[in-house]
Design a protein around this ligand. Structure first.
Ligand SMILES: C[S@@+](CC[C@H](N)C(=O)[O-])C[C@H]1O[C@@H](n2cnc3c(N)ncnc32)[C@H](O)[C@@H]1O
Length: 215
């Protein structure tokens, strides 16, 4: 099963759980901001912003099932199916981008880098990126599956679910490398409950797009 098929298959049933630190977000992003949620799922985070009277909101997700569920559940939201890896918004058109529990679905370094580059492209200079995602765990269940799948995927922390999806828990050094083009506003460790009801290490990151990348 490919990744998109998996997310379509579970689109009616999964509830996503990574927390949104809205108070921290509001320190940097005002109600008039244009905000894009990349890999928005069924739109739960955008709905929270909508209820707080943020108005320029859009969400994209490569799973048609997720978008259809979101449109039915939250009809006020602008939710769109993302057809290609390119984000279908102009350069420097967004004040803020959300990326919640999406990196975990993209196991390859190069694909994660390409997505972050696209996000940088659509963000205005000084725009804010808010990421949350999963970090490597040290418990036996996780260590066993990381070790089992490391030879196949070439990265410790990548594993398959029994249903066929490939997920990644990240090494912190990789996350720092991936997000190094942003000036860090906030970085914190968290402990999440996953969509499958387990506990996992995680983080959240708020960063600002710097106008010119250092050489
Ligand atoms: C764990 S869910 C999180 C959804 C949402 N961000 C939230 O926190 O409620 C991951 C979502 O990312 C989407 N996704 C995974 N890989 C993607 C990609 N390469 N491009 C766009 N969406 C993707 C999936 O379809 C799924 O809806």
């Amino acid at each position: 099963m490919n990744q998109k098929e998996y997310w379509n298959q579970v689109s009616a049933t999964k509830e996503f759980t990574t927390p949104f630190h809205i108070t921290e977000f509001e320190k940097y992003v005002g109600k008039d901001a244009r905000i894009l949620d990349v890999g928005c799922g069924y739109g739960r985070t955008l709905q929270e912003l909508h209820e707080l009277e943020f108005r320029h909101l859009a969400g994209i997700d490569f799973s048609k099932g997720m978008i259809e569920r979101g449109r039915a559940q939250f009809p006020c939201l602008d939710l769109r199916v993302q057809e290609t890896e390119k984000i279908d918004f102009p350069d420097e058109s967004m004040d803020a981008v959300l990326l919640f529990a999406v990196l975990t679905c993209i196991w390859e370094d190069s694909d994660q880098k390409a997505l972050v580059r696209e996000i940088e492209r659509v963000l205005k200079p000084g725009g804010v990126l808010y990421v949350n995602d999963f970090l490597i765990n040290q418990d036996e269940r996780n260590k066993k599956r990381y070790t089992e799948y490391a030879p196949r995927y070439g990265t410790y922390g990548v594993f398959e679910l029994p249903e066929g999806a490939v997920l990644r828990h990240h090494d912190e050094a990789w996350i720092q490398n991936l997000l190094s083009g942003f000036e860090t506003l906030r970085y914190e460790h968290l402990s999440f409950t996953t969509m499958n009801g387990n506990r996992s290490n995680g983080f959240y990151f708020l960063g600002k797009k710097v106008s010119v990348r250092p050489c």
